[in-house]
Design a binder for this molecule. Structure first.
Ligand SMILES: [Zn+2]
Length: 355
């Protein structure tokens, strides 16, 4: 009797572990087996022309709009790839998101980031059932299944690091790469939310690799999934950290930095912590502003770290709500000057926090 009970308990425990993964979609499997730079070529071959990328944005004219600087080209390329039709709006747990992950991992590998867990940049986790809801023209997710659905789906954060002199002191630089996906026949490209933040982090990484004095702290880079479903990727990281959380000294998160008046940024954080101070000091030297917005109402992935007492802040454009979670969030809407400026601010703050 007791043996049978033990057996049944074991079976229940085993199925609780395996069940979410029995639906591991083919696209993630294929990606794990064969991701390569080929995917990157595939994603970038439909790039829009790079000349004068902000001309049709509808925003005010910017002094260097249309500049073909290296930064603009890089930013435009990353945003075009992530917001491309192939990525289908990057809803967490979909084939479109997996394609975006493939693109980013090829970039991470090219930059020489080291994987945190084994040989892979992937930190897998499970998404609960979610349904879409459109309120006032904006699409969001809410927990719960639509009729006839309700499967848990796998998704993945992407983690890589640049080792510093002080391996047990980590500075975490992050941005979420998921967005809303397809809904009622329309694609939500998420160029500003949050291809802009991912492109900004990539730009900062490229510059850090050329810095004369690289950060002494180890720099951990995270591209979160599941942010749009309630910060699920960063929550999964904190609940199941691949390295000691106590080593993480600062979290600088970037979300939706490509619109509004140039230099008009804001910060989300629980308190006036070291990350807030570093970002504000960097903004000041760049002629930008980044006031702390009283928290509580809106959040991004910094919240997952703030909740466990790690100094964390999110940099975003103060006008982030414009076109947010609508089909108008396309590459032409984002302003590369604004993202480039955000990357200058983040770069300087990272050097400061990484010392
Ligand atoms: Zn969003």
């Amino acid at each position: 009797m007791s043996t049978r009970r033990t057996f049944l308990k074991t079976m229940v425990a085993a199925s609780a572990f395996f069940l979410p993964w029995t639906h591991w979609p083919k696209h993630w499997e294929a990606m794990l087996a064969a991701w390569s730079v080929e995917a990157k070529v595939h994603l970038t071959q439909h790039e829009p022309p790079l000349a004068n990328p902000t001309a049709d944005s509808g925003l005010a004219a910017h002094p260097t709009a249309g500049s073909s600087s290296a930064a603009h080209v890089e930013l435009a390329r990353d945003i075009a790839a992530l917001a491309s039709p192939q990525c289908e709006g990057r809803k967490a747990g979909t084939a479109g998101e997996a394609k975006a992950a493939q693109y980013l991992m090829a970039e991470m590998r090219e930059l020489g980031l080291k994987p945190v867990t084994g040989a892979s940049y992937i930190q897998a986790f499970t998404l609960p059932p979610m349904t879409e809801r459109r309120v006032g023209g904006r699409l969001t997710f809410q927990a719960g299944a639509a009729a006839g659905e309700g499967l848990r789906a796998p998704s993945a954060n992407l983690l890589g690091f640049l080792p510093g002199e002080r391996g047990d002191e980590i500075m975490l630089l992050s941005a979420h790469y998921d967005h809303l996906g397809l809904f009622e026949g329309e694609r939500y490209p998420g160029a500003n939310d949050n291809a802009s933040g991912v492109a900004c982090v990539m730009r900062v990484l490229r510059r850090l690799l050329q810095a004369e004095v690289p950060p002494k702290r180890t720099l951990l880079v995270a591209f979160w999934s599941g942010e749009e479903m309630g910060f699920l990727g960063s929550k999964a990281f904190v609940q199941n950290p691949p390295l000691p959380l106590v080593d993480i000294k600062a979290v600088l998160n970037v979300d939706t930095v490509g619109n509004g008046q140039k230099g008009d940024f804001a910060l989300w954080a629980y308190d006036n912590n070291a990350v807030v101070k570093a970002l504000q000091a960097a903004a000041k030297t760049q002629g930008a502003s980044a006031p702390l917005v009283p928290g509580g109402v809106h959040n991004s992935d910094q919240i997952s770290f703030a909740q466990v007492g790690i100094p964390a802040a999110t940099l975003m454009a103060r006008a982030w709500l414009e076109n947010n979670h609508t089909v108008k969030d396309v590459p032409d809407f984002v302003n590369k000057d604004q993202i480039q400026l955000a990357s200058e601010v983040v770069y300087e703050a990272t050097l400061n926090l990484g010392r």
